[in-house]
Design a protein. Structure first.
Length: 107
């Protein structure tokens, strides 16, 4: 019975830490660039694009496709950085816990 109470206490503690981590991630932002810094994208922790900055030198007629590619590249890089940040924070939170391989947190 004592082990069960201890386990329940650890589960509650883990839940509180997970909620704190989710709030921290939601408040975080990541920024990435493409085209040598000509295009910059900032994403919030929930993946929403918060800011897009485009160097005016890219605003030339007939070069829309290049600009589109640079925006996509910057966005994809920012999304990758966000995923890495989430994985690192989750790994810190779950360090030492017997979690099955391949199980992804937060759920």
């Amino acid at each position: 019975m004592r082990d069960l109470l201890g386990l329940m206490g650890k589960a509650k503690e883990m839940q509180e830490k997970m909620q704190a981590m989710q709030q921290e991630i939601a408040a975080a932002t990541v920024t990435a660039q493409s085209g040598g810094g000509l295009v910059s994208v900032t994403l919030a922790g929930n993946g929403q694009m918060e800011k897009l900055a485009i160097d005016p030198s890219l605003m030339k007629e007939g070069e829309a496709e290049i600009l589109e590619d640079l925006i996509l590249a910057a966005h994809n890089d920012a999304k990758s950085k966000l995923e890495v940040m989430i994985q690192q924070k989750t790994a810190e939170l779950t360090a030492g816990l017997p979690i099955p391989p391949g199980m992804k947190l937060p759920f």
